[in-house]
Design a binder for this molecule. Sequence first.
Ligand code: M6R
Length: 625
Amino acid sequence: MCGIVGYVGPKQSSSLLIEGLKRLEYRGYDSSGIAVNTPQGIKVGKAIGRVRVMEEFIQTTGVFEGHAGIAHTRWATHGGPTQANAHPHTGKTKTGHTIAIVHNGIIENYIPLRKYLTDKGHVFESETDAEVLAKLIAELYDGDLEKAVQSALRDVRGAYAIAVLCDNEPHTIVAARKGSPLIVGIADSAYVVASDASAIIAHTSQVITLDDYQVVRLCAGVKDKVGDGGPWAVDFRTTTIDNVCVTQEVTKLEFDLEQIELGGYKHFMFKEIMEQPEAIRNCLRGRIDHREGRVVLGGLSGLARDLVRARRFIISAQGTAYHAGMIGEYLLEDLAKIPARCEYASEFRYRNPIIEEGTVAIAVSQSGETADTLAALHEAKDRGAISLGVVNSVGSTISRETDAGVYLHVGPEIGVASTKAFVGQVAVLTLISLYLGKRRFLSDEVVRSYLKQLEALPDMVSRVLEQSDHIKKCVEQCIDRDNWLFLGRGYNYPVAIEGALKLKEISYIHAEGMPAAEMKHGPIALIDKGMPVVFVATKGSQYEKVISNIEEVRARGGRILAVATEGDDNIHQYADAVFTVPDIAEPLQPMLTVVPLQILAYHAAVLRGHDVDKPRNLAKSVTVE
Ligand code: M6R
């Protein structure tokens, strides 16, 4: 989705802005733009396509010299990906000054506002809602940018994260948020404002996170006005849109630059697949108490009694997080014996759900910013549910708006196709289920056995990763096929859907995932000679049934790729290709069985020549409903 970066401080802002935009590229975008407050006024540049086009433009024109600037990567919502629609957008004040703005989110009442501003004489150049905000701030400007932003935001409905410049206040950026994330990094004599911490971490780990309806004014300027070498004075203040002063807590970002760089890998997705053993170790660290044979989840301790007595869990999420939530549904019912269901957050929110007393709503999200998941969370809370977050991004909106939660701690995930976050989400949902199960019906012996296996999991994942080249060779043999099926049962049914999603989103191959038994009820009609059908066929309660389903596909000429348990010699007579995972208890299998499917999707995309980390049309974090 759209990304914002702004800089004010002693350095030339344009190079920092471009560097920031590059760090935001992973979020998905179609155009970019920059505005710098130069001694000759605000200069704006925009480009369609990659940030490097913007960078070349800046280098060739050479007019972007100035210490305060804002920049943006746009993922089109209102109006196509054109130069005119790219941000920043500008407005002219009554006194002839220029306002420039970058905006993430959606202004819902932009049509009446546009009419109002047109009547006032403003001429619009784009189809965007963001331009309305630029012109509204300009209309309301009477010499104080902070005030103009506050009053404009009192008039808008919708979601926004914005950063604003005015040529009358050359060393100032005013930024604000409601419903879209925005963070301010406090660096040496400078401020970096961004929608995502990855654009800040190269400069500082000290940040403040804005809350909804907050406005921050960031000033950094030469005290003695003698030039770039002089001492720089910095100053920031936060207010609400009603101009009430707010005291901000400075927090520390929990990751470093190295974690968001490729480190020798070609793609973030592959790096993150390979990082999974370490990601699981980090997720489990300090959460397993072997002496007592229990799970320790500090984030839940304040609510432990309510959770143990809960009558129902509702998990809401989207995409890959939804698939992890489906596994959570199985885990909570199986291990904790509490009724649970997982829903698409976007559906839950609008279907007038019944929330009984004793309902716990879990929002699962890597980013902690997914608009639908956040909206479902609000809905559940408004109807009286206790809310929990299972989130990766520390300090994100969902993590701040839930009553309690458990972080994944798998490190930043840059690849648009979610991999290590999925495994982290399932690991956390497993921990929560064991935490509750131990306090309800699970015997000490059973809990201890699961904990032991969980601890062995990172090494088991490493064994699966070693098969990457083998998986690649098997994928090569069916890379020309445009339709794939992914089938599994029980805990491995959500894994099958996740495998299909991975393949679709980065290789653009049509794939469907479903319960293996469901195939007979219609989709079997699709199977023809050579159609790749991926089965998760690990040892467990439904193994024989899955083998029968494999037979049904083979009888119709389908090509079988099976994820099977190490040592299962039987499977080879049924499958054209076998990827193995170590033997582990059924509830823990998804964290292993998903790994070959992630690798399969990765190789398929590379073999088809796609840019794995920038899949077409996709955004890393979907912050619009
Ligand atoms: O940040 P979230 O976990 O809330 O994101 C949810 C989905 O948008 C996300 O999982 C998406 O489906 C990924 N592209 C999957 O790889």
